[in-house]
Design a protein around this ligand. Structure first.
Ligand code: PGA
Length: 250
């Protein structure tokens, strides 16, 4: 069965609650699609108003982060069950900005992945190499390490419904997209890694996005690759251009 494409916006630390509601209204008609799953991953404070603003549309809401504990004395954190109760469907886990600026490591991210799944959320698990790693020729070794560590103890059936986002760090917010060949090569490598750790059926089912300077001009070619099942979009998700990315094949 063909995998359904998924295009997710990663708003990062942009949009106040009132700006968020306006953006939802501005994008509403532009992001309509019967073929592609559309997700807005939004700052925690925007979740409640955005869930309300996209009611009755084809858009699902995602969070950009969560904590793995159920509840308790973790000042400033948000749990998976809080997200679930607020109407969130997806949660980005392990974005390179969280790994880098907030020192999130694979042991922590593995706990987050497992907790998200347990709470009924779909993780969008991010992985990706630095420019130095690419130049050293260790890209795939690095990404296999990330995937294997972050999915430790996650079952095949759970992986099947997950999303993995390949985001080369050097392509994020830089306007420097990976070439279609580079993006496809790593997404194929991730699928092979899943096939080795799990089985072919799991590898065939899991959806793998590309992220890093996706825009209206490069989305169609990237998403046409056999192992790229859509995109995780930063900068261009805050503009009307996001509608063109969702409807890349029109
Ligand atoms: P970008 O960000 O599209 O602005 O490069 C992508 C991401 O970080 O998810």
């Amino acid at each position: 069965m063909a995998r359904r494409k998924i295009v997710a916006g990663n708003w990062k630390m942009n949009m106040t609650p009132s700006e968020a509601v306006k953006l939802c209204a501005d994008l509403k008609e532009l992001v309509k699609s019967d073929e592609v799953d559309v997700v807005y991953c939004v700052p925690a404070i925007d979740i409640v108003p955005v869930v309300e603003a996209v009611k009755g549309t084809n858009v699902e809401v995602g969070a950009e982060n969560m904590y793995f504990e159920e509840k308790g004395a973790y000042t400033g954190e948000i749990s998976a069950s809080m997200l679930k109760d607020a109407g969130v469907k997806y949660v980005i886990i392990g974005h390179s900005e969280r790994r880098d600026y907030f020192k999130e490591d694979d042991v922590l991210l593995n706990r987050k992945v497992k907790k998200a799944i347990e709470a009924g959320l779909t993780p969008i698990l991010c992985c990706g190499e630095t420019l130095e790693q690419r130049e050293m020729g260790v890209t795939m070794d690095w990404i296999r390490l990330q995937i294997k560590s972050d999915l430790d103890g996650v079952t095949a059936d759970q992986v099947k419904s997950m999303v993995i986002a390949y985001e080369p760090i050097w392509a994020i917010g830089t306007g420097k997209t990976a070439t279609t060949e580079q993006a496809e090569e790593v997404c194929r490598g991730i699928r092979q890694c899943i096939a080795e750790v799990y089985d072919d059926a799991t590898a065939e089912a899991v959806r793998i996005q590309y992220g890093g300077s996706v825009n209206a001009g490069n989305a169609a070619e990237l998403f046409a690759q056999p192992d790229i099942d859509g995109g995780l979009v930063g900068g261009a998700s805050l503009k009307a251009e996001f509608g063109k990315i969702v409807n890349y094949n029109k």
